[in-house]
Design a protein around this ligand. Structure first.
Ligand SMILES: NC(=O)c1ccc[n+]([C@@H]2O[C@H](COP(=O)([O-])OP(=O)(O)OC[C@H]3O[C@@H](n4cnc5c(N)ncnc54)[C@H](O)[C@@H]3O)[C@@H](O)[C@H]2O)c1
Length: 435
């Protein structure tokens, strides 16, 4: 996907800083540069920084390398190791560093605090410190207290990111909505104004609302995916076809067609940690989020169900060869963080199988897993073929070419991606989810 055509230049181009050049930070920075702002990015990882300074995008995202290159060429995007230098003359400082899972499922804010501490002494008293990283309700208040202890009077603004990997550039340049939360109205207005060129509806409110809006979105999507998997599981038990059931469901406009495909369970760098962090944050407020606890548990079960399907299909796993199609947590990205495909590979090798894996973009280094250059090589000699990531190129595979090289006949399609009739016509046994 190429970057979108030029936006109208913003009325007042601003000097911005972005701390963290990952999926969110780099795309945000390049998007703001594209919109006419001048952006300096602070990045702590020396290798990532070196790649960026050499003109390479360290992240695989459609259109991102071109957007970054255009920003650099226009003199509106630059990278450095020093957060304080990046933030020194900025009119707003965006924090886009990791917020991983910490003890008890609670969010680990140490990266955010380190980034804020690095700039606390150089930012002006009214310069918004904008939290792009996903943080649970109550965090802005906590970070504000932290900054005051450091003698920094700058306001904290929560501006969560909703981009999806695989379409990050599209989502940053054409967001469905921009959410801004702060107890400081001027700071919130400034941050909202920066997004004007993107033309999205802006929701401005308090900090806790913005924080909860992000977690509510991820928790809803994770719940929806888990619901779909539960229906698919039930469909198998009662002799229904989940495909038919879900098409019928999707045609109800109150439900809609998105996020209705069964899979090996939600994964990735956000849903698992964010759902657990919301449960933990709710618990800290004396609120038991039973619904989401059930979602977490049901999602964990889903991996076991898919692994059991592979075991049954292969007639046991000890000494068997599994051809694995996909390693990324979803199609269109190289990201393997909390990837169900990787978790499945680990379960299968732990049960004695050897795995030969192919992914168009993602790479892993796992004992018992050999990476091969294409899908046919993954199928070669395999007792069972497992589709674990919904890459479009897997849907276009020629089943006869796979059947010709496999040792066994079983195909487990944990994404319901392949054409069942075509797979069976090639003499293979198709096992999807909910079918
Ligand atoms: N990846 C997504 O799809 C996505 C979507 C929405 C929100 N988020 C949230 O955005 C945040 C960032 O996620 P990501 O996927 O971009 O992470 P990432 O790991 O891709 O990038 C984070 C970057 O921050 C850098 N970093 C860490 N500490 C730093 C510091 N003190 N100063 C400067 N740089 C520092 C890291 O080296 C890394 O390059 C997280 O809170 C995540 O939950 C992610």
């Amino acid at each position: 996907m190429a970057p979108a055509p030029d936006h109208a230049a913003p009325a007042a181009p601003r000097r911005l800083a972005v701390l963290g050049a990952g999926y969110v930070g780099l795309t945000t920075a390049a998007g703001f540069a594209h919109a006419g702002h001048r952006v300096r990015v602070g990045e702590a990882d020396a290798r990532r920084l070196a790649a960026l300074q050499a003109g390479e995008s360290p992240i695989t995202e459609p259109g991102l390398a071109a957007l970054v290159a255009a920003g650099v060429a226009a003199g509106r995007l630059e990278f450095c190791a020093d957060n304080a230098a990046a933030a020194a003359d900025a009119e707003a400082v965006f924090v886009a560093v990791p917020t991983p899972e910490g003890a008890g499922g609670r969010v680990d804010l140490s990266f955010v605090m380190a980034a804020l501490a690095a700039v606390a002494a150089v930012v002006g008293p009214s310069t918004p410190l904008v939290i792009k990283s996903s943080v649970p309700p109550g965090t802005a208040a906590r970070l504000t207290a932290f900054l005051r202890e450091l003698g920094c009077a700058a306001p904290v603004v929560v501006n969560p990111e909703f981009l999806q990997e695989g379409r990050a550039v599209q989502d940053v340049l054409h967001p469905y909505r921009v959410v801004v939360g702060s107890d400081d109205r001027d700071a919130a207005a400034l941050v909202a104004g920066l997004h004007e060129p993107f033309g999205a509806p802006v929701v401005i409110g308090g900090a806790a609302s913005a924080e909860l809006a992000k977690y509510a979105a991820n928790a809803y999507l994770a719940t929806r995916l888990t619901f779909v998997n539960a229906i698919a599981h039930l469909a198998e038990a009662v002799g229904a076809d989940a495909g038919d059931v879900l098409v019928a469901l999707s045609l109800d406009p109150r439900v809609g067609p998105h996020y209705l495909r069964p899979g090996p369970g939600y994964g990735g760098s956000c849903f698992p940690k964010d759902v657990r962090a919301l449960v933990a944050a709710a618990g800290d407020h004396g609120h038991d989020l039973k619904l989401l606890r059930a979602v977490v548990e049901t999602n964990d079960d889903q991996l076991d169900r898919v692994a059991a399907k592979v075991r049954t299909a292969a007639g046991g796993l000890q000494g068997k060869v599994v051809g694995l199609l996909g390693l990324a947590f979803k199609g269109g990205t190289a990201d393997t963080r909390s990837s169900p495909a990787v978790a499945l590979a680990e379960r299968l090798t732990a049960a004695g199988a050897s795995v030969q894996a192919y992914d168009p973009a993602a790479r892993v280094d796992l004992p018992g897993v050999v990476l091969v250059p294409d899908a046919v090589a993954a199928a070669a000699g395999a007792d069972v073929l497992l589709v674990a990531t919904e890459w479009e190129e897997f849907a276009a595979l020629e089943p006869a070419a796979l059947a010709a090289v496999m040792r066994g006949r079983a195909v487990v399609d944990a994404r319901n991606l392949l054409d069942r009739d075509a797979v069976e016509a090639a003499g293979l046994e198709y096992r999807g989810l909910g079918r």
